[in-house]
Design a protein around this ligand. Structure first.
Ligand code: NAD
Length: 356
């Protein structure tokens, strides 16, 4: 029996999370779910979007299955998704993107694993508002230190890249490659422009690569990577990126393999892991039984593997792949004729049926 923190999230979160819960239970592995609420609902109920009790539950159980949570744009609370990763030091975001037979996509044979640094970079949360109390001090300091005059009406967000975080994420990527029979790790960067921050990431990646002579190491600038991913994605194996670029490259890769409805993910630290799809809460589909639960289910497959339940993970992945290949009980995003699409819960029924 595994005790797992269950965070349904909001928007389409509860629907896809419950669908994933059902198929996980249908594998025969036994779970005790510890349900917790975060985000705007928690803000209303407890006065904070990320209650300590929720964090404690994840720390205690060490594993969580999480649906997406909405972040207010511009104002309101900061992203609880980012805060959760930072609070629990879930430094590695692991996202495998592969094409399952039957998925409507013009690409073939894509099998890319994105390893994204999860705790710093432009998402460190260190920001100075326009006209903020300390912003002018910061701008004065910048002028003193560099002679660069930043416009007075500026807002500033800090891009922070540390050697420590770069080293552990690149090591994570190489260890993953080794453990999963992958051949190549590519570090993605903009060190040509951002000489200090991305330069440090790249230098660190080169150093770590020397410790893994059995795995090929390549490096590529971000813009070239975007173009090459669209042109010939088969050349990539494992990509390792700083947080900010990892965000966009993840969605680009999701686009290659049939969309966000099929893009799973995990946030992993040294002792704790939170499994959640790449996609957000897609509010326009909330409560409509329309969203594809497969990204969430495949995140559950990753969770089973993390728990050491390899056979059940393989069985569940195979069941999902069969439902995709048959093309009948799939949601609108996997249908050439959306009028024939089924709903979120029917997809779960079909996967459960395959597991019988
Ligand atoms: P989104 O991923 O929620 O949705 C973008 C579009 O992708 C949707 O409109 C829909 O067309 C499609 N889509 C997404 N998931 C799908 C699914 N399961 N099945 C079928 N189609 C799907 O991105 P967004 O609209 O930019 O973000 C909505 C909210 O989610 C924002 O508040 C954002 O901050 C939040 N968000 C949360 C997380 C997280 O919890 N980890 C991640 C990303 C975004």
């Amino acid at each position: 029996m595994y005790r797992v923190t269950f965070i349904p999230g909001d928007g389409i979160g509860p629907e896809v999370a419950q669908a994933a819960q059902r198929v996980l239970e249908a594998t025969g592995v036994r779970f005790q779910w510890d349900g917790v609420i975060i985000g705007s609902q928690a803000q209303d109920m407890f006065g904070t979007p990320l209650p300590q009790s929720a964090l404690e539950s994840v720390r205690r159980n060490k594993v969580a299955l999480k649906g997406p949570v909405t972040t207010p744009i511009g104002s309101g609370f900061r992203s609880v998704n980012v805060a959760l990763r930072q609070e629990l030091d879930l430094y590695a975001c692991l996202r495998p993107y592969k094409i399952y037979p039957g998925v409507p996509t013009p690409y073939k044979n894509v099998d890319i694993v994105v390893v994204r640094e999860n705790t710093e970079d432009l998402y460190s949360g260190i920001e100075f508002a326009k006209d903020g109390l300390r912003t002018q001090e910061l701008l004065d300091f910048v002028f003193d230190a560099t002679g660069e005059r930043v416009k007075k009406d500026s807002a500033v967000s800090l891009k922070v890249i540390s050697q420590t975080a770069s080293r552990r994420i690149v090591k994570f990527a190489f260890d993953y490659a080794r453990q999963n029979s992958r051949k190549k790790v590519t570090a993605v960067h903009k060190a040509n422009i951002l000489k200090f921050s991305d330069g440090l990431f790249l230098d660190t990646a080169r150093e770590v690569a020397e410790e893994y002579p059995d795995i090929e190491f390549t490096e590529m600038v971000l813009d070239t990577t975007c173009m090459e991913l669209v042109r010939r994605p088969q050349q990539f194996d494992v990509l390792v990126l700083p947080n900010f670029y990892g965000d966009f490259i993840s969605e680009l890769c999701a686009g290659l393999i049939g969309g966000l409805g099929l893009a799973p993910g995990a946030n992993i630290g040294d002792n704790v892991a939170v499994f959640e799809p790449t996609h957000g809460s897609a509010p326009k589909y909330a409560g409509q039984n329309r969203a594809n639960p497969m990204a969430m289910m495949l995140s559950g497959v990753m969770m089973l593997r993390y728990l050491g339940e390899k056979n059940s993970a393989d069985k569940l992945e195979k069941a999902i792949a069969e439902v995709i290949a048959e093309g009948k009980n799939v949601t609108y995003d996997l249908k050439l004729d959306p009028a024939t699409a089924v709903g979120t819960s029917q997809v779960a029924d079909a996967v459960v049926e395959k597991l019988k």
